[in-house]
Design a protein around this ligand. Structure first.
Ligand code: F6R
Length: 365
């Protein structure tokens, strides 16, 4: 049932404040300001490294998880798309753990990667939405994301619930490894408790500017997304969402890679979506944005209030989100990224919930 929504995808985007609040409450004790025991079912203090494998959007959630686990828990993480992971024949010393991210829990390549790690004696954890799935059944530890059924082929609420789960695991790992002191844990838990409220106010406010923007975007054939840090991952996730439902060719690039090739593509026919809230990468990304502007590129600047105040570049559109703690940025900035793809596809008249050639669950390689 789509309720008042035109598509399941729209419904699932708007459900995110509620489902993410369930995920967070499952893993975090807001009253105590602490992560719950279920987030520590992998003994992060004894593992020397973590391997992650997943596909598509689940892979991008894993990449943000990697950035968080490395930064806050000082845990070395290697991530691969599962179709590569399963055939790389990499050595796997047993003092590592492995984590598999999958909404359906049935993705063939992700399952094969899990089995490879199991054969090598690694402790197996999975972050899944379907707890009866094969990937969940074959894991030693299951971290449910509690997103509820996701019907739209393009993954939205599963992504943010995967991120919420990774945020909790990061705090658990940081505590276990002694890299986060009690105050830091409490601050992170308190910050995360704000996500549902902020997400719902963002969803209420950004619709009009994003619909206007998407009507313009629907006229182009190519779109480039740029970002740094976790916004680099969101750039790739945004490009994936746009291409799969609107069929507009899109690419996500690390902003620092711009001058190593893609800058050659910049002209007035290539809108560039720059995801740059005022985090520690902001100045650098703004200078990449200036390089785009100097070559006649049209910029769509997705930023926060501080970021908008700090730049006076002329843009095709500037989407302004509230200033939030850096840890929350991926959870909040996912929302405009998903909606840009959604509204663009709606303007183009594509089959948003059932895009051509795609299946919700990919059980063959
Ligand atoms: C993108 C999308 C796909 C899936 C991928 C993995 O919007 O939905 O890229 O994320 O096929 O699927 P799961 O998470 O079920 O393993």
């Amino acid at each position: 049932d789509k309720g008042n929504h035109r598509h399941f995808m729209e419904k699932e985007i708007y459900e995110q404040p509620e489902v993410v609040s369930h995920t967070l409450a499952h893993y975090l004790d807001f009253t105590a300001g602490k992560v719950r025991g279920i987030a520590s079912e992998i003994d992060f203090s004894s593992v020397e490294a973590l391997k992650i494998a997943a596909c598509g959007t689940a892979y991008y959630a894993g990449q943000i998880g990697k950035y968080w686990l490395e930064r806050y828990a000082r845990l070395p993480v290697e991530i691969d798309v599962a179709s590569e992971f399963r055939y790389r024949e990499m050595p796997l010393p047993g003092n590592q753990a492995a984590l598999f991210v999958s909404q359906s829990g049935e993705t063939a390549d992700t399952l094969a990667s899990l089995r490879y790690c199991k054969e090598h004696g690694l402790k197996i954890g999975s972050i899944v939405n379907v707890p009866e799935s094969t990937i969940a059944r074959e894991s030693d530890v299951v971290f449910p994301i509690l997103a509820g059924p996701e019907i739209g082929v393009a993954s939205t609420k599963a992504f943010t619930c995967q991120l919420a789960t990774f945020a909790a695991l990061t705090i658990a790992a940081g505590r276990a490894r002694g890299t986060l002191i009690a105050d830091e844990e409490t601050n992170m838990v308190r910050a995360l408790s704000e996500v549902p409220r902020i997400a719902s106010s963002v969803l209420n406010q950004i619709q009009p500017p994003l619909e206007t923007l998407s009507r313009d975007l629907a006229r182009y054939h190519h779109v480039l997304y740029l970002g740094r840090g976790t916004n680099y991952t969101l750039a790739m996730e945004g490009a994936l969402k746009l291409k799969e439902i609107s069929y507009i060719h899109a690419e996500g690039y690390a902003a620092g890679e711009l001058k190593h090739g893609p800058i050659a593509l910049i002209d007035e026919n290539m809108p560039v979506i720059v995801i740059a809230p005022s985090d520690r990468h902001f100045e650098k990304t703004v200078s990449n944005m200036q390089e785009v502007a100097a070559r006649g590129g049209r910029i769509i600047f997705v930023t926060d209030e501080k970021g908008a105040a700090a730049s006076d570049l002329e843009t095709m559109a500037t989407i302004v989100l509230p200033d939030v703690d850096e840890l929350l940025m991926p959870l909040i900035f996912s929302l405009p990224i998903q909606l840009i793809a959604y509204y663009t596809a709606v303007f183009m008249g594509t089959d948003v919930d059932q895009p051509r050639n795609l299946a919700k669950s990919v059980t063959v390689e």
